[in-house]
Ligand binder design. Structure first.
Ligand code: SAH
Ligand code: CA
Length: 213
């Protein structure tokens, strides 16, 4: 489902800075060679993530759900010079490809790529984060939130992707699938949580932006 008129979307994309050659290559190759390429953030959302990251100038970023590395490299653009981005994915099949892309980027020394179940790996991290991007399995969004909320620096930001789930969160009759239910629960839970301020941005598939108080 598209939320915004197609012409307006094209106009917005045309008036948004292009992604780097490497990001364009990752986008192209993912669409040609990798399963479920729709999961890749893509040009507009990538530029939004990059812009947020530049605003925050994070020292530590955590990404849950690397896929082919597109969003990680977008957020890395805003890291401060000594900053580090940790990204986690359970799919080891993409590891050689992702490592190749990371090595081709200017941020290779600032990227730490962990393979495994994020539910198990996050508790092993000692860092405190300024920016966290939640973009892995939707049924665990609430669990990821619980695991990271105490690992946030005050004033840090959490961004959760796909929280409108192609519009299914408002479908009538109510959608019965597990992911939709989990996302509805997540959106309500963070909205009620006094530890964060929240803005639900209805761009692309929905971004929930949380500021940790
Ligand atoms: N952030 C990427 C897209 C991520 S797609 C981008 O915007 O370009 C979601 C990813 O979450 C997939 O690569 C999938 O393998 C990963 N994933 C699913 N369950 C996971 C889990 N339990 N732990 C870690 N990663 C998981
Ligand atoms: Ca996503």
């Amino acid at each position: 489902m598209e939320f915004i008129d197609k012409d307006i979307q094209d106009y917005a994309a045309k008036h948004t800075t292009e992604a780097s050659k490497l990001l364009e290559k990752i986008d192209r190759e993912t669409n040609l060679n990798v399963l479920r390429p729709r999961m890749l953030s893509g040009h507009m959302q990538g530029r939004i993530l990059s812009m947020f990251s530049h605003m925050i100038k994070p020292n530590r970023i955590l990404e849950i759900g690397t896929y082919t590395g597109y969003s990680a490299l977008c957020m890395a653009e805003g890291l401060n010079a000594k900053g580090k981005l940790i990204t986690i994915d359970i799919n080891e099949e993409l590891q050689p490809l992702v490592e190749k892309y990371f090595d081709e980027s200017p941020y290779t020394n600032q990227l730490q790529y962990l393979i495994g179940d994020a539910m198990k790996l996050i508790p092993t991290l000692d860092d405190k984060f300024d920016l966290v991007f939640i973009d892995a399995d939707k049924s665990n969004y609430s669990n990821y939130y619980d695991l990271i909320i105490n690992k946030m620096n005050p004033g840090g930001f959490i961004i959760a992707d796909n929280i409108l789930w192609s519009g299914k969160v408002t479908a009538t009759p109510k959608s019965n699938d597990k992911d939709t239910k989990a996302l509805i629960k997540f959106n309500q839970k963070v909205h009620e949580d006094v530890r964060v301020e929240n803005v639900l941005m209805a761009v692309r598939d929905g971004l929930m932006i949380l500021r940790v108080l």
